[in-house]
Design a protein around this ligand. Structure first.
Ligand code: FMN
Length: 367
């Protein structure tokens, strides 16, 4: 139990009194995590974010536990890693204990540092098969499933969940308490219900109830953290020991390093300029080519490219041209053109405005 909510001005002092963050035996270098974002938190993006510093742990997109056992190439690509991508967790989803156990053992054998169980995904495709957030509707079988996974491996197992299915069923604190008992190493909690999807604002009081429900294990507060100030507020109002960023990292991949700077010196540096982001855009594309080959790189980079170009204030005609590039040569040419043009307003080395990443409409149907 935490004693009291640390007031904002003393959050840094309070964090300084905490021991380094651990997931069981795994000591993390910071308390700032990359939250899984299906379609984005692939190896190329994780490499880019890590190259900027400050990431304590990065988690893959959600991976179908059964698909993992079948070993299809697309599923295996989701768990691709490399030496600089450490420590990393693979997030699995499913609802059959034996399948989840076998998947966890396979991941341990492949050298994964930690396993995260998805109990938050609101998408119908996942919940209708009894996985993701729908696990929060079944108490006994869900606790058994989590226990089975924890007992099947020696690496830390964490759970990522929402506050509950809907506002009438805020089951997260009860689950957190039980999960701690069965040996879960940490809980990540997105402060919304499944019913909310991504609407409304994050309920930090709800997250605080989860923090208060556990005795020893860290709780990772998640949701709507886009700036250092948002992160400070999450610590201050919930008492959580760690925070994770998804959309905030997409909008500003420097956020992890900024949080570390704030925690250690009180003075975070600014996020990158047009030129800095252009460097990242090129770097991530090279990583995508490395992983997927030239032919598939262009199509698989489009989603990410959209956010880079938005953040860099690239005018619409050039953004459209970049999206229409059919091969690597065309892509490089249009990126050179973008570099030449600079941002639509402001300077190429100055501060860019904050980018807000909305979530798609109908969030429970599609991300
Ligand atoms: C496009 C998208 C994909 C997501 N994919 C996953 C996922 O695979 N697993 C998961 O646990 N959460 C997933 N989430 C939820 C995020 O991890 C996070 O909990 C949520 O976006 C709130 O945090 P944020 O405001 O920092 O983005 C996804 C969210 C978005 C917007």
């Amino acid at each position: 139990m935490i004693e009291s909510t640390p007031v904002i001005s003393s959050v840094r002092d309070w964090l300084a009194t905490l021991p380094p963050l651990r997931y069981g035996p795994l000591q993390l270098s910071s308390r700032y995590m990359l939250s899984p974002l299906a379609g984005y938190t692939n190896l190329p993006f994780r490499r880019v974010v890590r190259s900027l510093g400050g990431v304590g742990l990065a988690t893959t997109d959600l991976v179908n536990a059964r698909g993992l056992l079948q070993g299809g190439p697309r599923t295996l690509q989701l768990i691709d890693t490399c030496p600089e991508d450490r420590p990393f967790a693979v997030q699995i989803f499913g609802n059959e204990p034996s399948v989840m156990r076998d998947a966890a053992q396979l991941l341990q054998a492949r050298g994964v540092d930690s396993i995260d169980i998805n109990m938050g995904c609101p998408v119908n495709r996942i919940t209708k098969v009894g996985a993701g957030a729908s696990l929060m509707c079944q108490v006994d079988s869900t606790i058994e499933l989590v226990r089975t996974v924890v007992e099947s491996v020696s690496i830390p197992v964490t759970v990522k969940m929402r506050l509950g299915w809907d506002s009438q069923h805020l089951t997260a604190p009860g689950f957190a308490r039980e999960f701690e008992q069965v040996g879960v190493a940490a809980i990540a909690i997105h402060g919304r219900t499944r019913e909310q999807g991504f609407s409304g604002v994050v309920d930090r009081v709800g997250i605080r109830r989860v923090v208060e429900a556990v005795n020893r294990i860290p709780v990772v507060g998640n949701g709507d953290i886009r700036t250092v100030a948002d992160g400070v507020r999450m610590f201050a109002e919930t008492g959580c020991q760690a925070i994770s960023m998804g959309r905030g990292a997409l909008a500003n991949p420097w956020i992890f390093q900024q949080l570390v700077e704030w925690e250690t010196t009180g003075h975070p540096t600014t996020s990158g300029s047009f030129d800095d982001r252009l460097g990242l855009l090129r770097k991530q594309f090279r990583f995508v080519v490395e992983q997927r080959g030239e032919e598939r790189a262009i199509s698989s980079y489009r989603k990410m490219l959209h956010w880079y170009l938005k953040a860099m204030l690239v005018p619409a005609p050039l953004r459209n041209k970049a999206q229409a590039a059919a091969n690597e040569a065309e892509f490089e040419m249009v990126v050179d053109e973008i570099a030449e043009h600079g941002p639509a307003r402001g300077s190429r080395t100055g501060l860019l405005p904050d980018l807000y990443i909305p979530v798609p409409s109908g969030p429970n149907e599609r991300w």
